[in-house]
Ligand binder design. Sequence first.
Ligand code: IMP
Length: 404
Amino acid sequence: MIGAQWGDEGKGKIIDVLAEHFDVIARASGGANAGHTVVLGKEKHVFHLLPSGCLHEGKDIVLGSGMVLHLPTLLEEIHVLREKGIDVVPHLFISPAAHIVCAYHKELDALSEERRTQTKGEGIGTTRRGIGPAYTDKTARSGLRMELLWENAKTIRETLKQRMDEVKSLYHIDVHLEEEYDAVLAAKKLLERRLMTNMVDCIFSFLAEGKTFLLEGAQGTLLDIDHGTYPHVTSSSTTASGALQGLGLPPQAMTSCIGVAKAYCTRVGGGSFSTEVFGKVAERLRKRGGEYGATTGRPRRCGWLHLPSLQYAALLNGFTHWNITKIDVLDGERVVSVGVGVDRRGNVQYEELPGWEGSADVRAWEKLPKLAQKYLHFIERATGVPVAFVGTGERRGEMVVKGL
Ligand code: IMP
């Protein structure tokens, strides 16, 4: 399940719906920059590190090697679920190669943003969750990994101290050894036994047992470090191949890949957004779509669908199906615009489709307004990918399943 835009496509909901049919639910990359929202009855659950599919009890839950884990956030998420009567710990399988996000990563993230704003006039608009600096440590081969939890308290303290001293002398910032030590010890106590000794062996034993995997992509294709709108991207691989890499699965293990795209488009943070709208239309989309960041609460920039991006994401990820989300948010628009290309001067060219009413809470394809169906067919034709799921509201059942 891969986001086709700039994240926030509404992956949480489809993952929660489909998780029921899978044995193993996995996250492969990214960290607590993600915010996957699931609405159950009147309650809203936002997941940052655990896959949103874990609301289905008894599923095996994998946190893959490509992830960066902020331990206090992970422990808090586990705790909140426990309070709701769901204990995920016995079902967790964590890669010892996943990296640990420390407080200093967050501090460096904030400092880099401030520096960029001073020198370039604007930052990337990161979530300030320390993601960039944690992946920097990883690629510089100086990061701390979850395997640290296997060490005894003395070695943990020494290892942390060594890293903190390096950080202090490199970046001249305050470090918080005791805070990091407490976080690692608390995580050790709860999660040491949940680290897989060998991630690849573990994944393959699941496959050998005939278990099926649902990979929960985080962020979106256009935020991919290699293929996204660099430098306004995140620091991980957000594509399907990135998910396979982050988990340690061979490409042929992927039997289908569902691209998740909003029926319109949003973005948080800086960077290009050619179909962005302002004023009343933007306000309407933001209000009706509840377009505020699940992690940071920032108002999201809103705009129309951009077909070339969906075509790009479909090719790059090998999408076999679409989940088009939040079609109900467009209810009542007289005209729905879609960016289809650019003219010679570089201005976006739009195609205008007639709007519709009454797609909210529809649960069957034939009950969708004809003009909404036409819009979805338009996406199918332009991308060559069939629509399998259509989101028609926030809650679990508010979805059209057109077929796989
Ligand atoms: P970072 O991942 O916190 O470094 O942020 C880099 C860029 O990716 C910023 O524009 C963020 O707003 C964006 N971003 C990161 N994670 C998400 C997400 O889960 N949803 C939407 N945007 C995200």
